[in-house]
Design a protein around this ligand. Structure first.
Ligand code: SF4
Length: 413
């Protein structure tokens, strides 16, 4: 099979993994003449968005889509009737360099089905990154998927060459994992996450010390994971509890939520339909609110009997509508914590407000300059020239007024 045919299979097989946003890595450039690269769409290229909004293109491939395991939700499972392919290490390296030289990509996301053993598979993945860095002085971004229970030496080598490492938690609960991926073991996954955390912490401790020699490099963009949403019956509360536990225990940079997509010849243990994509979006919003806005899971999901976030409005607006007694908030005197809870106010907006009000009293017109959606924020805030009518905040119609209008999807012709 030629490399082009392999690429078709192995890029397609990799598209189900969402855990490849590239952010927070160290800065490198290629002005010394050894570097390459930038962006353009093409086969196997995914676009990831960093938190600052920067779009990064990665060549996203599997080293092989053959796999010993039979995870029911996975198109590459052992019992799946799909064509199989495998890149050699040198093919994967050459392909990455070719794409990079043509400015199609800024980096590589490399994962693999598990063949022979976790160590054998991990070693193959590491060899690609090693060759790119050491033989070809590749300065682009590298994200490697870590194989559960790979040896410490291989994990250390992966962290030496990769910017980010990830290992997928797969589904929100241990029971679901046992049912849907019987060969996988949540303890092995968590053990590997724990080892990654230890290495990351060690590197950070050494960097903050006053040593002459820099600490050994280890995955400067940290570790992340992916959770599939809607393949089991877990509600949003359970999903967010698992995420909070993962962030707390392993200091993850990100948990990626990937809406389950039905696969050909799927097991009856799986739902026949994908969950609404907006559910994935609401989970990302709730995840953000927990990490950067001071919300806890209970505030976002506890009053909801079924433990599901509303789909029609974002979780912060839903919380504000349930807690109208906490509003209106005076923008010119409220604390940072209070401002972060105002619908339509992001962290940057709040920073700008805190800076601006040292020298001025903010008025309604200033919201435009701060890019605040006025319709969403005004019922909840007091400004120098604005105070919402009490009747408006108490009105049953407020939800109706603030709920986004349903938008018609675009036609593809
Ligand atoms: S280990 Fe499971 S999820 Fe990973 S490639 Fe194999 S079957 Fe798919």
């Amino acid at each position: 099979m030629d490399v082009q045919a392999k690429l078709e299979i192995l890029a397609d097989a990799a598209k189900y993994d969402a855990s490849c946003a590239s952010s927070g890595t160290e800065q490198r450039d290629s002005r010394d003449g050894k570097g390459l690269g930038s962006t353009d769409p093409g086969m196997g290229i995914c676009h990831s968005y960093a938190p600052d909004g920067r779009c990064i293109s990665l060549l996203k491939i599997l080293l092989t889509n053959a796999c010993n395991y039979d995870c029911l939700y996975c198109i590459n499972r052992a019992s799946s009737n799909v064509p199989r392919a495998r890149f050699t290490v040198s093919e994967a390296v050459r392909l990455t360099l070719d794409f990079y030289r043509r400015n199609y990509i800024e980096g590589l996301f490399l994962s693999s089905g598990i063949i022979r053993s976790p160590d054998y598979t991990m070693e193959q993945v590491v060899r690609v990154a090693q060759s790119l860095r050491e033989d070809h002085h590749f300065r682009g971004y590298i994200h490697l998927k870590t194989i559960p229970d790979a040896s410490d030496d291989l994990i250390a080598a992966a962290g030496k060459y990769a910017d980010r490492l990830s290992i997928n938690i797969e589904v929100p609960t241990e029971t679901s994992l046992a049912r849907l991926a019987p060969e996988k073991n949540v303890r092995a996954i968590r053990r590997t996450m724990g080892r990654l955390r230890l290495k990351l912490d060690e590197t950070m401790d050494q960097s903050s010390g006053h040593r002459r020699a820099p600490p050994p490099r280890f995955a400067p963009a940290g570790q992340s994971t992916q959770m599939i949403i809607g393949a089991d019956a877990s509600n949003d509360r359970t999903i967010l509890e698992t995420s909070a536990n993962l962030y707390g225990s392993y200091n993850l940079k990100r948990v990626y939520y990937s809406a389950f997509s039905p696969i050909p010849d799927a097991s009856r243990a799986l739902p026949p339909q994908a969950p609404p994509l907006v559910r994935e979006h609401r989970l990302y919003q709730a995840d953000w609110l927990m990490r950067f806005y001071g919300f806890d899971i209970g505030e976002l999901t506890e009053p909801l009997e079924d433990g599901m976030l509303p789909l029609d409005i974002d979780p912060k607006l839903a919380w504000a509508l349930r807690h109208r007694d906490r509003f209106p908030v005076d923008v010119n005197s409220a604390s940072r914590e209070q401002l972060l809870r105002v619908p339509g106010f992001g962290t940057r907006t709040v920073n700008s407000i805190l800076a601006a009000r040292r020298v001025t009293h903010l008025r309604a017109a200033d919201l435009v300059r701060l890019h605040v959606p006025r319709k969403k924020a005004l019922p909840f805030i007091v400004l120098a020239d604005h105070r919402p009518a009490p009747a408006q905040l108490d009105s049953n119609r407020l939800l109706q007024m603030l709920r986004p209008r349903p938008a018609q999807l675009g036609f593809s012709f």
